[in-house]
Write a protein that binds this ligand. Structure first.
Ligand SMILES: [Zn+2]
Length: 235
């Protein structure tokens, strides 16, 4: 099956819409805030929704193509105030196709505890094995290219980062991987919040098993399988 990587502008537009709807269906919508960006296959910038619409409300006419300089090349209106997140994260690593920024309630609540994410589920193992950076430059809006670049640096090669008192950023070499990383991070954080509310999580895999689990549970084809499931769940 074809991976969720666009080869034409039309595919990039369609994937931006599907990714937005899938994130909404997975519970990541925060009214009109949060967005997903897909790299334009012709290198012109990123496809992203216009401000003012929720993830579930994204349609073709509500998309923009935003250049890496922040100019709107196609579509109407000005870019999202936090568009720099995507422009700088995708500029920093040419292997990435997609980035997601949401205000995941589970991850935001978890981030406030300032504690490490534990491998207490398959989802947790993914981030415990690969590292879950915390962006420390601000808890406010990532509204400038400088803050976007600082976020990209904090992220490094990790699949996700926590933005304490704000939300999350996730990435992927496919659209499906970036969306799955957002959904799995929300799940992993909620799992740990429940466990910590009940006591102190103790029965955990060790470092070696956590690394093995991350590889066997989350190879690219499994992330794509999860992505296709999320797309089928779009109302
Ligand atoms: Zn935000």
């Amino acid at each position: 099956m074809k991976p969720s990587v666009p080869t034409t502008s039309e595919e990039a537009r369609a994937l931006t819409i599907s990714a937005s709807h899938a994130l909404a269906a997975a519970g990541q919508e925060d009214m009109v805030w949060g967005h997903v960006a897909v790299r334009d296959p012709d290198g012109r910038g990123v496809w992203i929704k216009q401000p003012g619409w929720g993830l579930a409300e994204v349609t073709g006419p509500r998309l923009q193509l935003v250049s890496f300089d922040g100019g709107v090349l196609e579509g109407e209106g000005t870019p999202h105030v936090e568009c720099s997140i995507h422009l700088e994260v995708l500029r920093a690593d040419a292997s990435l196709v997609c980035s997601v920024h949401t205000h995941s309630a589970g991850a935001t609540t978890f981030a406030s505890l300032d504690t490490a994410l534990l491998p207490l589920s398959h989802a947790g193992a993914l981030f415990a094995a690969r590292g879950l950076p915390r962006f420390q430059a601000t808890t406010g809006l990532v509204r400038t290219p400088e803050l976007g670049a600082a976020l990209a640096a904090a992220l490094g090669s990790a699949p996700a980062a926590l933005l304490p008192a704000h939300g999350i950023v996730t990435t992927g070499p496919t659209v499906g991987a970036a969306v799955m990383h957002a959904v799995l991070l929300d799940r992993a954080c909620r799992d740990q919040l429940v466990a910590m509310a009940a006591g102190s999580p103790r029965a955990l895999p060790d470092e070696d098993e956590t690394r093995r689990k991350a590889e066997e549970c989350w190879p690219p084809h499994q992330l794509e399988a999860g992505w296709r499931y999320l797309v089928r769940r779009i109302p």
